[in-house]
Design a protein around this ligand. Structure first.
Ligand code: PEP
Ligand code: MG
Length: 542
């Protein structure tokens, strides 16, 4: 048995034979031609055929994985219509009297290198796309079909990398997993693999003699076992059976409403920490993202993420959610989430110290950078902004003043944005007690029961010795929850819960009775919670 590890981009277990897919790159010969006009016509006909294929792929992706993920095939079509790209090809045919295949291959290579050299991450990723689209045209020109990966029996596909067009046109019933040497977590291929619900690993060093051999892909631990032992097979089979059971539950509840037996409907959203969690949100059919903990963007880096870096992440999340609500919480650093480059002084009591909105209102340049990124991204979906650790109306008024400044600056620079919903986390007892006043200032509340429990019960949520006393459903918290929702509604806000307590199924009926509008939980809890809601009745039977 041989075990290789990589990075998992989608969880799951796959057991089957390996199909080694050698890179789709083709060697294209340079051939001298005499009929220049005829060659250009041949190119344009191939380009039209490639566009047709891309349209078919777009339609397929749209039906299977949604508009945001299908968009890549529109981008490919646009690339084929790009004037610089077309001119480069036709000029080469005319001036060098060469075959269309060679002109397309050379242009594709040149454009790809140009994109790869750009600073912008988004543009860098387009390098693979321009190559992909050029290879498609070459395949049409050389009469080699559309490059579909085919296999009679379901297989684990192992490759250097897979172009998005290759992954989407696969017959899903024939693919058990993707294992690639290259590719990034945020590439379209990785996103599509997650959407297809197939375990996928990147960064795996495979060997050429793996083709046709039996293997197990474990997307939970990020490994592939080639020629697994009986013991490994048995262990992984067990995990897979459990997975299948969960997926079956998932299938029956997907697309269903979150509605009680007596007709009360509630929104079930999901909490995420970064971009790579979005696949799980969609897989589990959450109605939106109720909490995007944006501080993870800062925690992952060695320096402050720039406005552009943040913008790209927020934009991608919004696009992937295709119009569903995406609530992004501004930086909640401090306490348990320390970042070296913030150079914060040592504190005796960090949970009650310099953290979250307190830092943002003090170091306004950091706050404004994030807000600009958020407003810019608002054009690409349905973003709402939420502020953590609020204790006073004054803080909210100050935030609103800063929002006005940021929006005025964007307008002055002619940068488009939407006037998004704003909300606050209710996670301090102070915020609970003045929730009637706070409700007049914002559009929504989301209760952070993790911190609210810590501050209400005076129990450090990080202290393992006090675990047995950390009781998020303490009667004090339950009374607060009722007060928050009543005050929120009276002030015109919608009200949700995004702390861990929202996933406590023994309290779901209670939350529904209280009148909560939304519960936001880890993606894997969305469907069990939906099931619970659908089995609940909140008014007594007649
Ligand atoms: C909370 O406090 O309940 C919450 C959702 O925020 P975090 O856990 O990130 O502090
Ligand atoms: Mg909190």
């Amino acid at each position: 048995m041989k075990r290789e590890t990589g990075k998992s981009v989608y969880k799951g277990i796959a057991i089957g034979k390996i199909s080694l897919h050698k890179s789709g790159e083709q060697t294209v010969k340079r051939v001298h031609i005499t009929d220049v006009e005829g060659e250009k016509e041949r190119f344009y006909a191939a380009k039209a055929k490639a566009c047709e294929q891309l349209q078919a792929l777009y339609d397929k992706a749209l039906a299977e994985v949604g508009e945001a993920n299908a968009a890549i095939f529109e981008v490919h079509q646009m690339m084929l219509d790009d004037l610089d790209y077309l001119e480069s090809i036709t000029h080469m045919i005319e001036n060098q009297e060469i075959n269309a295949e060679y002109a397309v291959a050379t242009t594709g290579e040149n454009f790809s290198q140009m994109f790869a050299a750009m600073d912008d991450d988004y543009m860098k990723e387009r390098a693979a796309d321009v190559k992909d689209v050029s290879e498609r045209v070459i395949k049409v020109l050389s009469g080699r079909g559309d490059g579909m990966l085919t296999s009679e029996e379901p297989v684990i596909i192992v490759a250097d990398d897979l172009a998005p067009s290759e992954t989407i046109q696969l017959d899903k019933s024939k693919v058990l997993a993707f294992v690639t040497k290259f590719g990034s977590t945020n590439s379209h291929t990785a996103i599509l693999a997650r959407m297809m619900n197939i375990p996928a690993l990147i960064g795996v060093n495979y060997e050429d003699d793996w083709d046709g051999r039996m293997a197990v892909v474990d997307g939970f631990e990020g490994s592939i076992y080639v020629d697994p032992t009986e013991e490994v097979l048995k262990e992984k089979e067990e995990i897979r059976r459990e997975e299948i059971r969960k997926r079956e539950l998932l299938q029956t509840l997907k697309g269903q409403k979150n509605i009680t037996l007596d007709g009360k409907e509630i929104n079930i959203y999901a909490n995420i920490g970064n971009l790579s969690d979005v696949g799980a949100v969609l897989q589990n059919d959450a109605g939106g993202i109720g909490l995007f903990r944006s501080e993870f963007l800062y925690l992952e880096k060695n320096d402050y993420p720039t406005e552009d870096e943040q913008f790209q992440v927020y934009k991608t999340v919004a696009e992937n959610m295709a119009g569903k609500k995406v609530i992004i919480r501004t930086l909640d650093i401090g306490a348990d989430k320390q970042v070296d480059y913030f150079n914060m002084e040592h504190e005796e009591n960090p949970a009650m110290g310099y953290r979250a909105i307190r830092i943002c209102l003090d170091r306004k340049e950091i706050f404004k950078t994030q807000l600009r990124a958020l407003y810019r991204a608002s054009m690409f979906g349905n973003i709402s902004i939420m502020f953590p650790m609020i204790i006073s109306v004054e803080e909210v008024l100050e935030i609103k003043k800063i929002l006005t400044q940021v929006k005025a600056e964007l307008t002055a620079s002619e940068i488009p944005f939407k006037d998004v919903e704003i909300g606050i986390m209710i996670e301090t007892p102070a915020a609970v007690m003045i929730s009637d006043l706070l409700a007049k200032e914002v559009d929504f509340f989301s209760v952070g029961t993790n911190d609210l429990t810590q501050y209400t019960l005076a129990i450090d949520r990080q202290n393992p010795k006090l675990d047995h006393l950390y009781q998020p459903d303490h009667p004090a918290i339950m009374r607060m929850l009722k007060m928050i929702v009543d005050n929120g509604h009276a002030g015109g806000c919608w009200v949700g819960i995004c702390g861990e307590l929202a996933a406590n199924l023994s309290l779901t009926e209670e939350f529904l009775k209280m009148g909560y509008d939304e519960l936001s939980v880890s993606p894997t809890f969305v469907l069990p919670l939906r099931q619970k809601v659908r089995e609940s009745r909140i008014t007594p039977e007649e």
